[in-house]
Design a protein around this ligand. Structure first.
Ligand code: ADP
Length: 405
């Protein structure tokens, strides 16, 4: 068997997937899993595509186990699991590619050093993405690794969408809007092209609503605007991130409240969003179960700001043909989808309550002027496709995700 391993390494979790290549170099998902609660009491589950559990472990006293320790465990498992085969390459999600990296790249020391310099722009993700690459390079120096950037998909945005209204020279130094969740949007765009090709050619808002949340305006499958900007803090309310904020508030915290920069960073990235507003949890399921006034207010703020951000993307599209929901909340939380759509009903959006509650692929009524769809995202597959192409020195240009490579 020849295989590609995709890795998505976060602060307290590592998601991964193994894709076997058939004779035509088409990737087939064979197994995937997740380490969770890293730094507290790590656990691991690996399942086959059919849902059969291949490996399940919990390290109850494993608070000291590092990402590197767990990756070593995973790498040993992968080498044993892909017994007669070869891991052709390991592909990584790397959140920030800055201005320079607009396509997936084979990893070498020079690339890692450049990507390291972008860590302050994505402190929640980038250090973990890069640490995973470095750990694997130490374990298996001969193993090709490929970095796939979450910013790359938005490189198609018109120049105006990349600008902040700040002095010109700062823009030239890279202080501009980049946009994130690009691997997810690229996958969703390709899936939509497969499922509903006419819609995919139209004016689409894709809403990636997970712990991190953003929206992307797409014309003919390409990003023309997005809600995240210079960092992954901007735009929607998120699990623990604040979303759009008056920058004057940050200045106030510095000058009047005398908060240190790292304390402000901690507040904006880790103690805000649903967690900050509710004071209870960053997790939508927990907030729905809780049902308190504060939990309800946090969920309402999420929906209201999401509708506002969606409306803000409309001028870039000149109208709306479809809205596509994806990621944990987008795929699984009917109440949040309904709350967002109700706030956008004036656009002629009509959600079908029964289809919505069933998490059906099409959740709009036949009369709705805007098609509403759920498209489950698969960033790991997108990483595998890009990794293969980077290995072969070709660009992955919009094939359907199961398509010929
Ligand atoms: P990440 O950005 O970490 O990949 P996910 O895409 O897994 O995040 O999304 C996590 C969010 O999705 C959490 O708020 C979680 O509560 C929510 N979620 C997941 N499953 C459900 C569900 N069945 N119902 C409601 N919310 C859900």
């Amino acid at each position: 068997m020849r295989a590609i391993v995709s890795l998505n390494s976060g602060s307290s979790s590592i998601k991964f997937a193994v894709f076997a290549l058939d004779a035509d170099n088409r990737p087939h998902h064979t197994a995937g899993g997740k380490f969770e609660r890293i730094g507290i009491a790590p656990s691991l589950v690996i399942r086959t595509d059919a849902g059969e559990v291949l490996e399940e472990r919990a390290w109850d006293d494993g608070a000291a186990l590092t990402h590197a320790d767990l990756l070593e465990y995973l790498f040993d498992w992968a080498r044993a699991h892909i017994a007669q085969g070869t891991i052709l390459a390991i592909g990584h999600r790397v959140v920030h590619g800055g201005s320079s990296f607009v396509a997936p790249r084979r990893v070498d020391d020079a690339l890692l050093d450049e990507l390291e310099s972008l860590c302050p722009l994505a402190p929640l993700h980038q250090p973990h993405n890069l640490a995973a690459i470095r750990s694997l390079a130490r374990l298996a120096p001969e193993q090709p690794q490929v970095a796939c950037f979450d910013t790359a998909f938005h490189h198609a945005m018109p120049p105006l969408a990349t600008r902040f209204a700040i002095p010109r020279e700062l823009h030239e130094r890279g202080l501009r809007r980049y946009g994130f969740h690009g691997l997810s949007y690229e996958y969703v765009a390709q899936e939509l092209a497969r499922i509903a090709p006419a819609l995919a050619r139209g004016r689409v808002i894709a809403a990636h609503l997970g712990n991190g949340a953003s929206m992307c305006a797409m014309l003919d499958g390409l990003s023309v605007d997005t809600t995240m900007g210079f960092t992954a803090l901007d735009g929607l309310v998120m699990g623990t991130r604040c979303g759009t904020l008056d920058p004057g508030l940050v200045l106030h915290l510095q000058t009047q409240e005398h908060m240190a920069p790292d304390a402000i960073e901690d507040m904006l990235y880790r103690r805000s969003g649903l967690l900050g507003v509710s004071g209870i949890s960053s997790d939508v399921r927990a907030l729905r179960e809780d049902g308190s006034a504060a939990a309800t207010e946090a969920l309402e703020l999420f929906a209201s700001r999401a509708a506002r951000e969606a409306a803000g993307l409309l001028p870039a599209l000149g109208g709306l043909d479809a809205m596509v929901f994806t990621a944990g909340i987008g795929e699984n939380d009917p109440a949040m989808r309904a709350a967002i759509c109700q706030r956008l009903a004036w656009l002629g959006i009509e959600i079908d309550p029964a289809a919505n509650v069933a998490n059906a692929p099409l959740i709009s009524t036949p009369d709705s002027r805007v098609a509403l769809r759920i498209v489950p995202t698969d960033e790991e597959r997108m990483i595998a496709l890009h990794t293969l192409h980077a290995l072969n020195g070709t660009a992955h240009k919009g094939q359907a995700p199961e398509g010929e490579l």
